[in-house]
Design a protein around this ligand. Structure first.
Ligand code: FES
Length: 56
């Protein structure tokens, strides 16, 4: 499912970014571009990032 339409980032891409070493929402943003344009996806992106970090 796409979380960020501006940058075309899926929840899978966020999880993958965490799997590859991102340890904060900021790092996921830098790596995927999620939430860096209109910002509407930030809340959801942050939530998925937290969940992914908890699971690793
Ligand atoms: Fe993610 Fe716009 S939907 S920055």
């Amino acid at each position: 499912m796409y979380i960020c339409l501006c940058k075309g980032v899926s929840d899978k891409a966020i999880r993958q970014s965490v799997e590859e070493g991102a340890r904060s929402w900021r790092e996921v943003q830098l790596e995927t571009g999620c939430g860096t344009q209109c910002g509407k996806c930030a809340c959801m992106g942050k939530g998925i990032t937290r969940e992914a970090i908890r699971e690793t």
